[in-house]
Write a protein that binds this ligand. Structure first.
Ligand SMILES: [Zn+2]
Ligand SMILES: [Zn+2]
Length: 306
């Protein structure tokens, strides 16, 4: 037990030192400055060539989303996730050890060229995330967490990282075993993570660029805005793609009926959804604990959009 506590506390100080080092030492391998650089880049595109011209350059919730960006990218790891996940990984490995399993790697990709490893990691991870995203829409318990992301009513690049920290826990937990099976650890994510962050910022930006046939491969603002539509024909939504849109085309969940530039965003009664960071963080816990009437007593389902 003491071992786990040590891991827990060491993780806090390690991550604190790491973050401080990142801020003090700008370099090409630095998450902190990549996040700032990418954000400035997409903000500049929104200013120079906006898709919705009437939208303010500092749009509704710009600063709230800016805070979410740093919270989800850095502070959440600093405050707890890093520590809890390190303990989780250690406990999980010890648990496997009880059965004599010391190595989860089922497919050896380490001997491949680096580009092939990264490409594999990217594709496998993106497909897992597409599936996790579907689950977030499918189950009420998870949807209450995911609603934070869908509470965006005016779209812009910073909306990308408006999400509840509970989502990070769900994504990382479900990704862990499949990625460990092909021999990847969290430290291999840098390039893939930066690329995914860039495309994520792009998807949410107020910017239009003709992608031609690439739109069937990569997610983009014109497709992702429909994922945020307030009124959807399907109960659990569409366009779940994170970086790649190809999964939605392959599995029949793509939806882009017309130009979605000015569609209404959010979900039913989004007007009554909490506006502050703290209240949004508490929202899923309150909702999930609330005693609800039995399904047959509900005549008007609360959610028809996703
Ligand atoms: Zn979603
Ligand atoms: Zn989104």
């Amino acid at each position: 037990m003491e071992k786990y506590w040590n891991t827990f506390f060491r993780s806090f100080s390690d991550y604190g030192n790491y973050l401080w080092n990142e801020i003090l030492n700008p370099s090409w391998g630095n998450y902190f400055y990549w996040l700032i650089g990418l954000s400035l880049f997409f903000w500049l595109l929104e200013i120079i060539a906006p898709w919705r011209q009437h939208q303010a350059k500092i749009r509704i919730d710009f600063w709230l989303d800016g805070f979410y960006m740093f919270f989800n990218f850095f502070l959440f790891s600093l405050v707890g996730f890093n520590a809890v996940s390190n303990v989780g990984v250690e406990a999980f490995n010890d648990f496997l050890g009880l059965f004599g399993i010391t190595n989860l790697v089922a497919f050896e990709v380490q001997s491949w060229p680096v580009w092939a490893q990264l490409l594999t990691l990217f594709i496998v991870r993106d497909f897992i995330q597409w599936n996790v995203h579907r689950l977030l829409h499918r189950f009420e318990f998870l949807w209450n967490f995911h609603k934070v992301h869908h509470s965006v009513q005016q779209m812009g690049f910073a909306a990308h990282l408006r999400f509840h920290w509970g989502e990070t826990v769900v994504y990382r937990t479900l990704e862990y075993i499949p990625l460990a099976m092909i021999g990847f650890g969290i430290q291999d994510f840098f390039l893939v993570h930066i690329f995914a962050t860039a495309v994520g910022h792009f998807n949410h930006s107020n910017f239009k660029v003709p992608l031609g046939p690439f739109r069937f491969l990569f997610n983009n603002p014109q497709m992702h805005i429909w994922h945020h539509a307030k009124h959807m024909p399907r109960r659990y939504g569409a366009n779940y793609g994170i970086t790649l849109s190809v999964w939605d085309y392959l599995f029949g969940t793509a939806y882009e009926p017309e130009d979605g530039r000015d569609i209404e965003l959010g979900f039913d009664e989004v007007e009554h959804y909490p506006k502050s960071f703290l209240e949004q963080q508490l929202y899923p816990f309150r909702e999930n604990l609330e005693v609800r009437p039995k399904p047959e007593a509900v005549s008007n389902p609360k959610r028809e959009t996703a």
